[in-house]
Design a protein around this ligand. Structure first.
Ligand code: AMP
Ligand code: MG
Length: 438
């Protein structure tokens, strides 16, 4: 898809959200290829484990050890040689010759008719391959135990060396968006630092004459700039570098200057406002000089108008590649929805992440939802468990694109797909949870 603002396909009809996503992803791939041609030694950094959360792994992490490092017991019980097990229901009696604790291995050998009292995690002693859990033993004293031969099979309740991870095999793959469990996994391998891609530099700005910064007195007809703050919150979930370019007036020179400044330092610029009908012509004119940007009508709600493309590299630019540009709509809910739909994935992809689709679940609509086929809608809602234990979902009041409270009170989006029509109470609908996502 050509991203030119003059492309009649984009001007006269609405883009399906999937087409928009595809066009964005294609352009991101172009930019990644472009940066491969640049000599950019700072692309990869070595960071201490505890700073690696939400960064993207730049190289497969190969396990330096077998995990577990030795065969060990999965239960508290008695380790012995499983040769004595079998079909007959008679009992076997074993002599206890010592005890093994986690971290305190038993150094002797288990012979025929012998066993070792063993704790979970303790190394299996030589000569043993099976553990009988304490609760399955029918008779025991300080010196011996007795149990039925057919209670378990040889090898049971033993964790094998390398069962979790084999030495030199990838423990975490390159491109992984690092989560808390990955940091724990790296630590369990004794790895204190990780190779991650450098932080993406993302510039944000709000445009509009009506906008007041926090701390300013609200002028007549003015509103506080909330978009920069919800965007900062969204971006902070991604552990990248935010460059706050503030509020920019609806003035061509001011806007041009702000865009140029952002393009000099940032990998990505996200602006909000100024792309709706009536304002777009003004922004279009500026963008024609500064880059290649399409002004899209997307078949979605909220978030219909959106500008997307690239800004030309500017001499002296530290990143020395084109800057990806998202001109999000001004309405506060539309900003968050378009970020979730398009921007988040693009940022991760540009930063080297292997993308996984956000998890979608389903719930029963508690009340009717009006929906016209021909556009994708992202309604804000609360997901909870209904009286019969099934998941139910209810919209959070008025769904206007400017009503941030609908977003703040919600814990999920109800996603109503392009071809979907009205929803009646009791219908199952797709739901995307905010937690762990935004
Ligand atoms: P626009 O896309 O510039 O036409 O803006 C659409 C609506 O969103 C208008 O009501 C604006 O006042 C509002 N708006 C634009 N930018 C912001 C912002 N940064 N914070 C809060 N509301 C905004
Ligand atoms: Mg405006």
């Amino acid at each position: 898809m050509k991203l030119s603002p003059n492309n009649p396909i984009l001007l006269n009809s609405s883009l399906h959200v999937d087409e928009a996503r595809k066009a964005i992803s294609d352009l991101v791939i172009e930019l990644i290829e472009e940066s491969k041609k640049l000599v950019d030694p700072s692309n990869i950094e070595l960071v201490p484990l505890d700073q690696a959360i939400n960064r993207i792994l730049a190289q497969d992490l190969l396990s330096p050890i077998d995990v577990p490092a030795a065969d060990n017991s999965a239960m508290d019980g008695y380790a012995f040689n499983g040769n004595c097990l079998g079909v007959p229901e008679d009992s076997v009696s074993l002599k206890i010759i010592g005890t093994a604790y986690a971290g305190k291995p038993f150094t002797g050998e288990i012979g025929k008719g012998e066993c070792l009292k063993i704790m979970t995690g303790a190394v299996m002693p030589t000569g043993s391959d099976t553990v009988i859990p304490q609760e399955l033993v029918s008779a025991q004293c300080d010196t011996s135990i007795e149990f039925k031969r057919n209670l378990l099979k040889p090898g049971e309740n033993r964790r094998l060396r390398g069962e979790d991870l084999q030495k030199a095999k990838p423990a975490i793959q390159s491109g992984r968006l690092l989560r808390p469990s990955d940091l724990g996994l790296a630590a369990s391998l004794g790895v204190p630092v990780l190779k991650v891609y450098r932080k993406l530099k993302v510039a944000i700005l709000s445009s509009g004459d009506e906008l007041c910064a926090l701390g300013q007195e609200l002028a007549a007809g003015g509103i506080y700039d909330s978009n920069r703050h919800s965007l900062t919150g969204l971006l902070n979930r991604l552990n990248l570098e935010i460059i706050d370019c503030g509020i920019v007036r609806d003035d061509p020179d001011a806007l041009k200057e702000a865009f140029c400044n952002a393009a000099k330092v940032a990998d990505v610029l996200i602006s909000s406002g100024g792309v709706s009908v009536g304002e777009a012509d003004f922004t279009k004119q500026i963008m024609q000089e500064l880059g290649d940007v399409g002004f899209w009508k997307i078949a979605m709600r909220p978030g219909r108008p959106m500008a997307f493309g690239t800004l030309k590299p500017i001499t002296g630019q530290s990143t020395a590649r084109r800057t990806l540009f998202f001109g999000l709509p001004g309405n506060p809910v539309a900003v968050m929805v378009t970020f979730y739909q398009f921007v988040r994935a693009a940022l991760l992809q540009l930063n080297g992440a292997t993308l996984t689709a956000p998890p979608i679940t389903q719930a029963i609509a508690e009340s009717a939802i009006r929906k016209k086929p021909g556009r994708t809608e992202f309604q804000r809602a609360i997901l909870r468990r209904g009286q019969d234990g099934k998941p139910v979902v209810k919209l959070t009041g008025s769904q206007g694109a400017g009503i941030l409270r609908s977003m703040s009170e919600a814990n999920c989006f109800v996603i109503l797909h392009h071809d979907q029509g009205n929803v009646t109470p009791g219908n199952w609908v797709d739901v995307a949870l905010f937690d762990g996502l935004l």
